[in-house]
Design a protein around this ligand. Structure first.
Ligand code: UDP
Length: 240
C-alpha cells in the first residue's frame, strides 16, 4: 500500500507469526509503520528497502488502516507496536525465553525493565543498552553475547528500521522489532493516551498535545491523505 508491503493479519495471527519467528531464531525483524514512516519510504530508497525488507510489517497508525480501506486493499486492524510487544513479552516470560532492551536515553531501559518484571513475572531481561551510541560494533557484540530471543529496538524512525536492516546479518537474535517510544512508555517517562483518546483514534493528536514538538513532524501528513486519495481516483478512472 503506497509503496509499503503490509501484512494483512489479525492481531492473533500477528502474535502467532512473531512467536514462530522467535522460535526459528534467524534474526528476523518486524516494523510497525505509521503514515509518517510510510512517507519516509517515499523520500529515501534506503528507508523503503529497510521497511519492505522486514519479515513482519504491521500497521501502527490509524491513518494507514483508513488509507488501506480507501484504496480497496483493507488491512484487518490497527496493531499498535507497543501492544504487540506486550503480547510477545508475555510469551517470552511464559516460555522462559529472553529479551534485550535497546534504545532510549540512558537510564530509561533500566526503568522499563523494572516495570516489565512487574507486568510479566519471571521475565528474563538478558541485557540493555541506551540508544545514543556511536559505533554499532560494541553494541552488536553485547547483544550477541546475550543471544536474546526478542530484541526491542527503540531508536525512533527511521533510525531503528535502518539499524535492523543493516545489522540483521551480524546479529544473533530471534526476532527484533522497531518500537519507537515503547521503552519510554514502560519506564513511565512518556504516557500513552488514555483509552478515551485511543477509542476515538486520536492517540496521535494526544501525543502531539503532550509533546508539541511532534506537530512539526506531522505537518506533511495531509500529503499522505492526498496521495492515498489520488491513487483511489486513478483506480476508479483507469482501473489501476
Ligand atoms: N532515540 C534513541 N536514539 C536516537 C534517537 C532517539 O534511542 O538516536 C530514542 C528516544 O530517546 C525515544 C525513541 O528513540 O525513546 C523515539 O521515540 P518516539 O516516540 O519519537 O518514536 P516514534 O515511535 O514516534 O518513532
Amino acid at each position: 500500500m503506497l509503496g509499503v508491503g503490509f501484512d494483512t493479519l489479525t492481531r492473533n495471527d500477528t502474535i502467532e507469526l512473531a512467536k514462530r519467528l522467535i522460535d526459528e531464531h534467524s534474526s528476523a525483524y518486524m516494523v510497525t509503520p505509521n503514515p509518517e514512516i510510510v512517507m519516509q519510504t517515499w523520500e529515501s530508497e534506503e528507508v523503503c528497502a529497510a521497511v519492505n525488507g522486514a519479515n513482519l510489517v504491521i500497521p501502527d497508525g490509524i491513518g494507514v488502516v483508513k488509507a488501506s480501506k480507501l484504496l480497496g486493499t483493507p488491512l484487518k486492524e490497527r496493531l499498535p507496536g507497543i501492544e504487540i510487544a506486550a503480547e510477545i513479552l508475555k510469551y517470552i516470560a511464559e516460555s522462559g525465553k529472553s529479551a534485550f532492551l535497546l534504545g532510549a536515553k540512558p537510564g530509561v531501559a533500566e526503568m522499563a525493565a523494572e516495570q516489565m518484571k512487574k507486568d510479566f513475572p519471571g521475565i528474563n531481561i538478558c541485557g540493555m543498552n541506551d540508544g545514543y551510541f556511536k559505533d554499532d560494533g560494541p553494541v552488536v557484540e553485547k547483544i550477541n553475547a546475550a543471544k536474546p530471543d526478542f530484541l526491542l529496538v527503540c531508536l525512533g524512525a527511521p533510525k531503528q528500521e535502518l539499524w535492523m536492516a543493516k545489522n540483521r546479518a551480524v546479529l544473533d537474535v530471534g526476532l527484533m522489532a522497531g518500537l519507537g517510544g515503547t521503552l519510554d512508555v514502560f519506564a513511565g517517562t512518556v504516557q500513552r493516551a488514555p483509552e478515551f483518546w485511543q477509542k476515538l483514534n486520536l492517540e496521535w493528536f494526544y501525543r502531539c498535545l503532550k509533546e508539541p514538538v511532534r506537530f512539526k513532524r506531522i505537518y506533511k501528513l495531509p500529503l499522505f491523505l492526498v496521495k492515498a486519495m489520488g491513487k483511489r481516483l486513478r483506480k476508479i478512472f483507469n482501473g489501476k
